[in-house]
Design a protein around this ligand. Structure first.
Ligand code: SAM
Length: 307
């Protein structure tokens, strides 16, 4: 670094927002606040190949054990877990049993992610009496597994959420109840904050997308369950944004709770590959149908000779 560049470096300021050019944040990260925290390590990049016959495939089994996948083979995991709230695919688990199920799947995810690989978990909180902050339980459990947290996105579902009138005591302070119109997307990574790219794969995100997707509040409508024929689908837009932001072209995206296969479609749409799991045969079949339909539509729009 030249002396001119050094002079131009900004420091974390006592008040107000710091500058963005060549910012020196070492004082902040060396402060007591960060003492003893896992702040990543320098790791060698390893990427083991996945058996070609498992690429772009959904496995109809529990993702508690993903023996089809070697260690260090997945670049991004995107999912929304089952909520354990009595949807037809939910088991009636205690909070502890539920957290243990998710922890087991996320431990497996840690094993199969490449160093620097990312995890994005879409989750909504539950209940009101009391409110169950699932997102904060998941953050605790992910940190215990060893993941580094990168941030959280608030997904504002706005007017697409059915106008619930479950507001408790209407126009009175006795017991007004918050009506959630948001969900979380929790973002983590394994071992290193940087996803190295020794194979020089291409980023495919546009400038406009990058400026929008790096904001911590996202606003787009929810997906209609009746349209997709799954009780709790997320829109393809959600995994699409995460894949564009966090992976390079031709990398592999995992969804361990695939449901109707929205992540699989987003992976194909962005020229990535997927591996998915769902315990319910009905949803594995649904995923396969949706993927087939997507590929047919693509073929009609862009016949091979035009590509
Ligand atoms: C919230 S839904 C996922 C919806 C998905 N994001 C979509 O867009 O359609 C959760 C899914 O997890 C599946 N599931 C529940 N327990 C599972 C397990 N142990 N292993 C794999 N899938 C499981 C359920 O069958 C359900 O389809």
């Amino acid at each position: 670094m030249s002396s001119r560049q050094r002079k131009n470096r900004t420091k974390t300021s006592t008040f107000g927002s710091p500058g963005r050019i060549n910012h020196d944040s070492s004082k902040f990260y060396n402060s007591k606040l960060y003492e003893g925290l896992n702040n990543g390590k320098s790791v060698e990049y390893i990427e083991n190949p996945i058996n070609q016959q498992y690429i772009n495939k959904i496995f109809c089994k529990s993702s508690e054990s993903m023996t089809e996948l070697p260690d260090d083979s997945i670049h991004l995991m995107v999912t929304s877990p089952p909520y354990n709230v009595g949807k037809e695919y939910d088991e009636n688990l205690s909070l502890e049993e539920y957290r243990n199920l998710l922890k087991q799947v996320f431990r497996e995810t840690y094993r199969v992610l490449v160093p620097g690989g990312r995890v994005c978990i879409n989750v909504a909180n539950l209940g009101r009496k009391p409110y169950l902050p699932l997102h904060s339980y998941i953050i605790e459990d992910m940190q215990e597994i060893g993941f580094l947290m990168r941030g959280e996105i608030l997904w504002d579902k706005g007017s697409s959420v059915s106008p619930s009138t479950a507001w408790g005591s209407y126009l009175k302070a006795n017991n007004p109840v918050l009506r959630d119109i948001h969900e979380y997307i929790l973002v983590f990574c394994k071992d290193s904050f940087t996803h190295l790219n020794p194979y020089n794969r291409k980023s495919t995100i546009s400038k406009e997308e990058f400026l929008e997707f790096t904001k911590s509040v996202w606003k787009f409508p929810a997906e209609r369950a009746t349209k997709v024929k799954h009780p709790a689908p997320f829109p393809v837009e959600l995994p699409y944004r995460l894949i564009q932001l966090y992976t390079f072209e031709s990398e592999v995206v995992l969804d361990p709770f695939a449901g109707s296969g929205s992540t699989c479609i987003a992976a194909l749409k962005t020229n990535r590959k997927y591996v998915a799991y769902d315990i319910d045969k009905k949803y594995c079949d649904l995923t396969e149908r949706r993927v087939k339909q997507f590929l047919q539509e693509q073929f009609t729009l862009f016949p091979k000779t035009d590509r």
